[in-house]
Design a protein around this ligand. Structure first.
Ligand code: ATP
Length: 303
């Protein structure tokens, strides 16, 4: 589809005096892996719930897949796979049976055989054994999370909305889910995921939005945020001498390294070495997402 996949305008949710979500303009485009970041209580889940029509906004609007929410939810929700606030499942039934029940209650029913095949596919896709007949209560948190993801994938959604999808997973599981999401995205699925994990977002997202106390303080393509700064980071045990030598070219001193304004790192390196400075590390300086988020959200906002 063309046009935004998610577009909100001044989306606001108040609980009494608290503005849980405050004037948010989200812009998520087809093909994005959009990382929705924010500290605990910054309003991520409330935003996601409004997008899915589970919570009514106090004011502002939300469109998903080109239709207003919640009015368009009958058309929209069958095309959206969602995992919000932990997967819900019947604990005494197997993962397979849970998926079968879930889909049997859906609007567009598949044939029984088609459904069985699809259940086997999605279980395998998320890394669960399709032949596992244990009840869900015997599952680890990570397995439950995978089952929730399997449920979200059943109808081959064009948009996946995932609230903390790697919650409870170990590093290996996180990597597997990341690969799965990237594979789905390569196949055309737009992904909107909330997370606390900056490194995770930095590794897989194309676009990020940062919420701070209900307000969207940053929304940008990741490659724009992380593009080179025109600075070169130089690590050296001869810090003071190096600093004197470079004078006004030094933009900042950070612990044991200098950030230097220099267009050509190789020339800077040759110059310093020529002057007898021991250079232990020298590379173009990029800011990482954590720094950018801290700057946008203000001190103490992100833990
Ligand atoms: P977390 O990462 O901890 O899940 P979050 O970013 O998803 O946090 P929300 O759950 O959206 O944040 O909550 C935003 C704010 O709104 C919080 O201060 C929360 O206490 C408040 N809030 C959420 N739901 C309600 C409700 N039903 N009634 C009153 N306050 C609420």
């Amino acid at each position: 589809m063309t046009g935004p996949v998610i577009a909100t305008a001044a989306l606001t949710k108040r609980y009494g005096e608290l503005r849980a979500v405050d004037g948010v303009d989200l812009d998520v485009r087809a093909g994005d892996v959009y990382g929705f970041l924010g500290a605990n209580g910054s309003g991520k889940t409330t935003t996601v719930r409004m997008l899915l029509g589970l919570v009514l906004p106090t004011s502002g609007t939300a469109e998903v897949l080109g239709r207003p929410m919640p009015a368009g939810r009958r058309e929209v929700l069958p095309r959206v796979g969602a995992l919000v606030e932990g997967p819900g499942a019947y604990p005494h039934l197997s993962g397979r049976t849970n998926l079968a029940l879930l889909d049997a209650s859906g609007a567009d029913r598949m044939s029984r055989r088609g459904r069985r095949t699809r259940i086997t596919e999605v279980l395998a896709e998320v890394g669960l054994d399709p032949a596992d007949s244990r009840p869900v209560r015997a599952y680890s948190l990570g397995m439950r999370q995978r089952l929730g993801l399997a449920a979200a994938l059943m109808r081959r959604p064009s948009l996946l909305v995932l609230d903390e999808p790697t919650n409870g997973l170990d590093p290996q599981g996180i990597a597997e889910i990341r690969e799965l999401l990237l594979r789905l995205n390569a196949g055309g699925t737009t992904i909107f995921l909330s997370s606390h994990l900056l490194a995770e977002i930095q590794q897989m997202c194309t676009r990020v939005g940062v919420l701070d106390r209900g307000r969207l303080v940053l929304q940008e393509q990741l490659e724009v945020l992380l593009r080179p700064t025109g600075l070169v980071a130089v690590r050296t045990p001869d810090l003071a001498r190096c600093r004197d030598l470079l004078g006004g070219m030094v933009a900042a001193v950070e612990d044991d390294r200098l950030l230097v304004r220099a267009a050509e790192p190789a020339r800077l390196n040759a110059y310093l070495v020529g002057e007898g400075i021991a250079v232990t590390e020298l590379a173009p300086y990029r800011r990482d997402l954590e720094q950018l988020v801290l700057e946008a959200a203000g001190p103490g906002a992100h833990r």
